[in-house]
Design a protein around this ligand. Sequence first.
Ligand SMILES: *Cc1c(COP(=O)(O)O)cnc(C)c1O
Length: 380
Amino acid sequence: MGEKNNVETLLAQAGHYLDKDSGSVVPPIQPSTTFARNEQGDLYDSNRIYARDQSVNAEMVEAILCELEEGASCKIFASGMAAATALVQTLRPGDRIVAPTVMYWSLRAWLISFCEDWNINLAFFDPRDAADMVAVVKAAPTDILWIETPANPTWEVVDIQKAADLAHSVSAQLVVDSTVVTPLITKPIAYGADFVFHSATKYINGHSDVIAGALIAANEDTRWERLCKLRAQQGGILGPFESWLLLRGMRTMHVRVERSCENAMKLARHFEGFSGVKEVIYPGLVSHTNHEVAAKQMTGGFGGMLSIRFNGGKEQTGVIMGRMKRFVRATSLGGVESLVEHRALIEGEGTPVPDDLLRFSIGIENIQDLIEDLEQAIRG
Ligand SMILES: *Cc1c(COP(=O)(O)O)cnc(C)c1O
């Protein structure tokens, strides 16, 4: 028997949790905000003083995510945005961050206003163009290169190793938003990333009932120390109950992600070239612009996210969405139920997303049910 558990075992057993007092296989929720001292004034557990930053339930999640991503340290937050914004807040006036034009919409909007307010230089590159990333990063001294792969909602795949080499060649650090793939498909640190970001709201929790974020560091460097201090001072930690729910969701992550990938691949193949369909955008299809890079760095499947562009423009696309009976019309992704969203309408003016595109988060339902639903919606 090997010493290290495989990921499936680690997840299913929540790190082989056993409660020493009761023998329970499920951890209790520990809501205490404060931790006591003995007669001498020493803490019973020297790791914890106050729960604004120190939480038994959060630490259980962090230990597992850290191991999955093969990082040095992990911190979880009350939302993905809380985690991402804290990391960007480690920058100082005059520093520079480079980000893709196609990325999580709310983070892009926040970045623009934050960087303007705090005199941080922000530049965007086109994730479809590797040469553009190099040119933008090299145009001025850069501190952080932020990438999202595959990128929401057009699923450009950025070569993490190339991005890491580029960042390091100019003494910058690479952050990878890995929300869409989970550590089961891609481990960015293995390709040289300095930080991995997750909206744990999505696949990591997987049940559309917790908002959470996670950051994993390759090394506990000075930026990470600053980040940890920010979380402690700002109180961005995830609460005990949400951490407990998140851990519960994580126990089935490998099974959920595997089924989502399988279903997404079947759906993508079925609708590629289907009458009324202009394009299926899925990194698992050979027709995808970055399929080769995807095949190299997405090793556990190609994810559960895909987009489809339809003939007939914005109006017809809206009609198709309206006819769906099994897909749920809602934002977000990574849950066990399949969702559909007309992204351009949600993002509004200035969005780079085509208005004939529907974004699908493929869940773990019966795939034939999903295919039938989309077929009837297209045919009318
Ligand atoms: C949802 C999401 C975020 C933001 O996370 P929240 O948990 O909603 O705050 C960031 N990046 C990606 C790719 C996401 O899907």
